[in-house]
Design a protein around this ligand. Structure first.
Ligand code: ADP
Ligand code: MG
Length: 236
């Protein structure tokens, strides 16, 4: 692992932005809403390394390509900026889908949806878990246009894009790919390309995975803009 004084594995040539919040250790020190702080305080006090390294940048609206091993707390690293961005934009029921969070499996999507509920407890944003399985897709179609944050697997999201009348994500602010290396892998290639082609190009994009995605082609597919490259722990 890098020495503790190293600036959390920033790769040379990365965005290189300076943030006055770069030295923060506690969630309570971040420039975020009281509501989010209260949600976090139910479970969390100190930021993990990937959270400390990425939040000062993601909260400024920058694109992120973040890598940190499993269990290092990547979920909060994207849930917090998603909630804050929509809260600051005063997102409401009429605004529709403001963020899409894509996860490779139903189980992981379910876990991060729980985390979203914990952190978002004091917000009025609405969120839905859209994954395959037994759940009644027709009932889901009735609701999907009223949701602000969609947590989904690629297949189910695409199904809604294709089949749900008036499905609208033209106001999308933030796209998140959790386990981005898996989402960008060939297994999901066609689904992900179809999804990307249907969402606005101007948006914030947050990519997190256990390994650093090195393929420039893959990053171009999701049109990352001058991303902040953040890698903590030893490269795998
Ligand atoms: P990853 O996505 O990197 O595998 P998760 O986001 O799933 O990691 O987090 C792993 C575990 O660590 C979860 O149980 C989560 O509640 C916990 N966790 C995350 N961030 C913190 C934190 N700042 N302080 C304490 N526990 C945390
Ligand atoms: Mg995770």
């Amino acid at each position: 692992p890098p020495p503790p004084s190293a600036p959390a594995g920033r790769l040379p040539g990365a965005g290189g932005g300076f943030s006055p919040y770069a030295g923060c250790k506690l969630f309570s020190q971040l420039p975020i809403s009281r509501r989010t702080k209260d949600g976090l305080a139910r479970k969390y006090t100190e930021m993990s390394e990937i959270q400390r390294a990425s939040l000062p940048h993601s909260l400024c609206g920058r694109d992120i390509l973040g890598a940190a091993k499993t269990g290092s707390g990547k979920t909060l690293a994207f849930i917090i900026p998603v909630i804050e961005k929509l809260y600051k934009a005063r997102w409401g029921p009429e605004d529709g889908v403001g963020s899409i969070i894509i996860s490779p499996t139903k189980e992981l999507a379910g876990q991060l949806f729980e985390e979203l509920k914990t952190v978002g407890k004091y917000h009025t944003l609405s969120a839905g878990l859209l994954v395959g399985g037994r759940k009644d897709v027709d009932a889901e179609k009735q609701r999907v246009n009223t949701l602000n944050i969609l947590v989904c697997t690629p297949g189910r999201l695409l199904q809604h894009m294709d089949e749900t009348p008036n499905f609208d994500c033209s106001q999308l602010q933030v796209l998140v790919l959790d386990e981005a290396d898996r989402i960008l892998d060939h297994g999901f290639r066609e689904q992900v390309d179809a999804i990307i082609s249907q969402i606005p190009r101007v948006r914030q994009t947050l990519l997190f995975s256990a390994t650093q995605t090195k393929s420039v082609k893959d990053l171009a597919r999701v049109s990352l803009k001058d991303p902040e490259y953040i890698s903590v722990h030893a490269e795998s």
